[in-house]
Ligand binder design. Structure first.
Ligand code: PLP
Length: 434
């Protein structure tokens, strides 16, 4: 009875992000989760599933971590929140900004806090443009991002997002955002030349494109685009919202490429989703320039910038990642996952490609007969997998038919095997239905 009531209330009152509203009205929620332990989630009906996406790529340390609950409670009851504007500060935010400076690549050293990734990206665009105003080049305002990118849903972040359906969702976008082919450095150079380098503020990129379907750049891509940005004096910003905090087998995804950004955006894994937090880090050079050139106040800030409880949770979360060697575990288990997916590819002819870095992985599906059906095969497989106890995600942008996986970084070897077998069985069922 209670469950039925929850389902009815959900249909009536809860507008879900990315839901198909029609489907929600017909079917209601597929899962009403009530509890999480490690890599597992349990719903109100008692179904237990593996959270193969770390929910939204973010629950890096797994669900139900007592340590994070305890630190949240202690900070909540001591000082949950106070302003961090202007001259006000608090200890967790100070300690977290110092810890981030220690962990982050290169000389990234100063953090501006937000509540999430979209705000972090919008902050980066504004800080980049403000930087150029301070430098006496206010015409540098264009932001370049890549096709297949996802940067969030605030106005700036939507405008930067390369995945067209997100931009088409709204009728008007922020001006001065440009997109460039996601794997071609020459296209970037041509665009800069065509627009005029003196009009470009920054280039932003995910180190591995997540929501777009786990696309890993070719070797040297980032070195080349960084060199192009340097040549034209354009700021290089990385969006590490998914790839930060161990996901790819390094603390930050860009570390695979031997370059360091001028700014770095983060969110998600910084708290493993236990609190809402994001931010932008600035390189020492940029920070020094801001200190030298700023004459007025930094007129950008969110009520929850530097939220004390969220920062305390982030510190403890980072401590868990360090203590439990989760960055290394992501690398090792990620290798196992990709191996398992290659085994799937050998055994299932509809799996045409495998991609992965750390615990971000994808399989691409291509079966010409199956492509004729109305529902993408990846969606059918994802639905079958969910019924069997595995949550994974279907990505169908740009004509892709892809399934992505990003399990918590605490995952064990036998659990990786279970993930691969569940996916195998789901593919099997869909294959037999054809
Ligand atoms: N950037 C990237 C790479 C993301 O994957 C996301 C969210 O998935 C965002 C930004 C937006 O973050 P948020 O949803 O916290 O605003």
């Amino acid at each position: 009875e209670d469950i039925r009531l929850l389902e009815e209330l959900d249909k009536k009152h809860f507008l879900h992000p990315t839901s198909s509203i029609q489907q929600q009205q017909d079917e209601g929620p597929a899962f009403i989760f009530k509890e999480g332990r490690g890599i597992y989630l349990e719903d109100v009906k008692g179904n237990i599933v593996i959270d193969g996406m770390s929910s939204l790529w973010n629950v890096n340390v797994g669900h139900g971590r007592e340590e994070l609950g305890e630190v949240a409670k202690a900070q909540m009851t001591k000082l949950a929140y106070t302003s961090s504007f202007a001259t006000f500060s608090n200890e967790p935010a100070i300690r977290l900004s110092a810890k981030l400076a220690e962990l982050a690549p290169g000389d990234l050293c100063a953090t501006f806090f937000t509540s999430g990734g979209s705000e972090a990206n919008d902050t980066a665009y504004k800080l980049a443009r403000h930087y150029w105003i301070l430098k006496g080049e206010p015409e540098r305002k264009k932001i370049i991002s890549r096709t297949k990118s996802y940067h969030g849903v605030s106005m700036g972040a939507t405008s930067a997002t390369g995945l067209k359906p997100f931009r088409d969702f709204t009728s008007s976008l922020a001006p001065d955002f440009f997109h460039v082919d996601h794997h071609d450095p020459v296209a970037l150079r041509d665009l800069i030349e065509a627009e005029g380098p003196e009009t470009i503020a920054a280039f932003i990129t995910e180190p591995v494109q997540g929501a777009g379907g786990v696309h890993i750049a070719q070797a040297n891509y980032f070195k080349e685009v960084k060199a192009i940005c340097d040549m034209y004096g354009i700021l290089f910003i990385t969006d590490e919202v998914i790839t930060g905090f161990g996901r790819t087998g390094k603390w930050f995804g860009i570390e695979h490429n031997g370059i360091t950004p001028d700014m770095m955006c983060f969110a998600k894994g910084v708290t493993s989703g236990y609190a809402q937090l994001g931010g932008v880090m600035l390189s020492k050079e940029l920070h020094d320039d801001f200190k030298k050139l700023s004459t007025g106040p930094l007129l950008h800030g969110y009520t929850y910038s530097g939220h004390a409880m969220a920062c305390a949770v982030a510190l403890k979360n980072i401590e868990l990642i360090e203590k439990e060697n989760l960055v290394e575990n992501a690398k090792l288990k990620g290798g196992g996952l990709v191996e398992g997916l290659h085994w799937l590819q050998e055994n299932k002819k509809m799996v045409s490609k495998v991609r992965g870095l750390g615990l971000m992985a994808a399989i691409e599906l291509s079966d010409e007969n199956l492509k004729k059906v109305q529902i993408p095969i990846s969606s059918s497989i994802v639905n079958e997998a969910a019924k069997r106890g595995l949550i994974c995600r279907s990505v169908t942008f740009d004509g892709q038919d892809t399934i992505v996986l990003a399990p918590p970084l605490i995952i064990k070897k036998e659990e990786i095997e279970k993930v691969v077998l569940l996916l195998h069985d789901a593919i099997d069922v869909v294959e037999r239905k054809k």
